[in-house]
Design a protein around this ligand. Sequence first.
Ligand SMILES: NC(=O)c1ccc[n+]([C@@H]2O[C@H](COP(=O)([O-])OP(=O)(O)OC[C@H]3O[C@@H](n4cnc5c(N)ncnc54)[C@H](OP(=O)(O)O)[C@@H]3O)[C@@H](O)[C@H]2O)c1
Length: 312
Amino acid sequence: MKAVTIHKYGSADELIYEETENPGLLPDDVLIKVYATSVNPVDWKVRSGNYPGADQRAWPVILGWDVSGTIEHLGKEVTGFQIGDEVYARPNTKRQGTYAEYVAVNYKEIALKPKSIDHIHAAAVPLAGMTAWQGLFDHGKLQAGQKVLIHAAAGGVGIYAVQLAKWKGAYVIGTASESNIDFLKDLGADEVIDYNNEDFEERLGNIDLVLDLIGGDVQLKSLEVLKPGGIFVSTLAIKDEAAIAAKGLTGGRFMTQSNPEDLRKMAQLIDEGKLKPIIYDIVDLKDAAEAQRTIEEGHVRGKIVLKVVDDN
Ligand SMILES: NC(=O)c1ccc[n+]([C@@H]2O[C@H](COP(=O)([O-])OP(=O)(O)OC[C@H]3O[C@@H](n4cnc5c(N)ncnc54)[C@H](OP(=O)(O)O)[C@@H]3O)[C@@H](O)[C@H]2O)c1
């Protein structure tokens, strides 16, 4: 099969579109014909070698942790799925990834893809959508009527977090640059703070939950705007663990887990028209390097998708 691999850590120049072995199938795997995958910041972090422990795969490594496609083969212990099912997933991060024509995925990590959208849009959902879901609801315990501050609200995770928090009935505040203010209000944000022109910690207070997707000093400033007993959750390394407890807050860093139940709930919301992926760009799989260079700049609105098969 064709795949995009790296033979060593380094810049996006290390990404090679080449012929590789088809993935081997374990008894509880399905073989998915990949129609589309998406690009996440973790892809370039792993590629660059600055993500210790993230990569335990054999070289050459196939990156990519999102897939939408069809089931081509079933391992003998797989139940509940048929050949031909259209599914989506964020596969196990310790195995070869999804920048490829085929990927083997444990059947307990997949869900039927939303029916109302194509593979290109479905591939933009799993990793970023589950991160938003788990950050807001599992770790953040967000309830209707609460105030949530979402940093990097226009990015891959942020677009889902804004919509899901609004769906839950929260008051949603996002940070973004000026060019994304109207976009985020259309998506459901009640307030958007332009981080280049205003300090969010000056405007805000009494916040119930902060979802931090930026890290660094933004974290420390975020602790100032939370109310006593508030929750601070981040997808990034915590700059000052002790400061969270010292301020009477809870929370911390979380790592997104593959949970097909989350995928099923999001598929339902998508099919009901309550949640939508936002696609910034669609790039052919062979041009994955170009897509990674773009996301590495840190200003993508929504998601970049890698097209593997024409889905017309
Ligand atoms: N722990 C985990 O399991 C996990 C899971 C998923 C993601 N992550 C991490 O979470 C982070 C966010 O992921 P992502 O996919 O959402 O990234 P992304 O799509 O690359 O985020 C891009 C967005 O960040 C915004 N942004 C940049 N600087 C900002 C600032 N100072 N303040 C507010 N917004 C800013 C940009 O908005 P403007 O263009 O308006 O500046 C852009 O829309 C990444 O570091 C990723 O690696 C971790």
